[in-house]
Design a protein around this ligand. Structure first.
Ligand code: GLA
Length: 419
């Protein structure tokens, strides 16, 4: 009796403080300005690409008209440099009036009228990373302001908060203020990345109680090298990061750079597939107005998106590494599909020729009592039926490219055809 009373009190206090917005049951999908458009505020010189409401409205239009929204991309996210250089007379943040003449509320209305959601950016500390006013002393007021405007997602950065030790207090305070607004606002925290950078041990239990998604590692840049270095970080830390991911909580390896200047088509497929296996947010940072169809098709690939959006929300792991070949495997929702898996074979080789990769099926890390699998090669669009778990599965994988495989237990296929 006493024990249960104590437990209730503990649960009660946990419930009051922890983030309780019910969001991000699967990794969030959308578009985020930063990697591609940075802090370009010169709308006189570059009206098409400057950080302005026009840019976000145009991206929203593209999301709707070019099939992204139907594929699941729903957030349109503003990053740094949207604010006026000072707060207003009531200490409230407001958007630069020249670049955002409708204000954030007007932009939110537009985004919502398209059936999309709006994300915004602030920072813990007095300034954003680019030196604009941030939320340091005004967490509560800013949470209220964002809610009044109809914001649906908040990224809180923190590079100007020099004492990184304060973040484990400051971010949970913001969580409390976001809860108090009553508006479900998906909370994206940069806190663990800053603790990592400062050598402070990261309490991921606390992070997951307070944030829906969180950055773990350095900013992505427009290069394949950058993508690989991020993948390496997640491999190295997988034993810590896999257990904290799940519905409502995801590690964030940063934006998709598919369709930008650097990635080849093979590399773009690789980033898409790896982000899906990692159960990472799929936040594109690209120019949807000029993207070419081959990159768009990768971003819209339904089978890869299904792996990303699997409702178990499990983060995949690297299960094999041999020279330039890596295999990553993610278990998919066992409650609805009786043991599906997805794997990515990543070829980091640069030899110029596709590699013939042969792997004994059980080494993909797939577990099934019956021992036979139907294996679907997503990009080849080919099904290989009834493959024994002890047999080799062979596939050609292009250099700096991937094969994406989905494993269905063979017995299920038979079960489906039974009367
Ligand atoms: C930091 C973040 C980036 C971006 C910039 C904006 O570097 O990690 O994602 O938000 O700040 O200044």
């Amino acid at each position: 009796m006493w024990a249960s009373a104590v437990l209730l009190v503990l649960l009660g206090s946990f419930g009051a403080n922890a983030l309780d917005n019910g969001l991000a049951r699967t990794p969030p999908m959308g578009w985020l300005a930063w990697e591609r458009f940075r802090c370009n505020v010169n709308c006189t010189a570059d009206p098409k690409n400057c950080v302005s409401e026009k840019l976000f409205m145009e991206m929203a239009d593209r999301l709707v008209e070019d099939g992204y929204k139907d594929a699941g991309y729903e957030y349109v996210n503003i990053d740094d440099c949207w604010m006026a250089k000072q707060r207003d007379a009531n200490n409230k943040l407001y958007a630069d009036p020249e670049r955002f003449p409708s204000g954030i509320k007007g932009l939110a209305d537009y985004i919502h009228s398209k059936g999309l959601k709006l994300g915004i950016y602030t920072a813990y500390g007095n300034f954003t990373c680019q030196g604009y006013p941030a939320s340091g002393m005004h967490l509560e007021l800013d949470a209220q302001t964002f809610a009044e405007w109809g914001v649906d997602m908040l990224k809180m950065d923190g590079c100007k908060q020099m004492d990184r030790h304060t973040m484990k207090k400051g971010y949970p305070q913001m969580t409390k203020y976001l809860n108090a607004t009553g508006r479900p606002i998906l909370f994206s925290c940069s806190w663990p990345d800053y603790e990592r950078g400062a050598g402070i041990p990261i309490n991921y239990t606390l992070v997951a109680e307070n944030c829906n998604i969180w950055r773990n590692y350095v900013d992505i840049q427009d290069s394949w090298q950058s993508v690989l270095s991020i993948i390496d970080y997640y491999a190295k830390e997988q034993d810590t990061l896999v257990p904290v991911a799940g519905p409502g909580n995801f590690n964030d390896p940063d934006m998709l750079i598919i369709g930008d200047f650097s990635l080849s088509v093979e590399q773009a497929k690789a980033q898409m597939a790896m982000w899906a296996i990692l159960a990472a947010p799929l936040l594109m940072s690209n120019d949807l107005r000029t993207i070419t169809p081959e990159y768009r098709d990768i971003l819209l690939n339904k089978d890869v998106i299904a792996i990303s959006q699997d409702n178990a929300g499990i983060m995949g792991k690297r299960v094999l590494q041999n020279d330039t070949i890596e295999v990553w495997t993610k278990q998919l929702d066992i409650s609805t599909s009786f043991g599906d898996y997805a794997s990515v074979i990543l070829n980091r080789g640069v030899s110029g020729m596709p590699s013939n990769v042969s792997i004994v099926v059980r080494e993909f890390g797939v577990h099934d009592l019956m021992g036979f699998w139907d294996i679907y090669d997503v990009f080849q669009d080919k099904m290989h039926y009834y493959v024994n778990v002890d047999d080799f599965y062979s596939v050609m994988v292009n250099p700096s490219g991937v094969a994406v495989l989905r494993f269905y237990p063979t017995r299920l296929q038979f079960a489906k055809t039974e009367p």
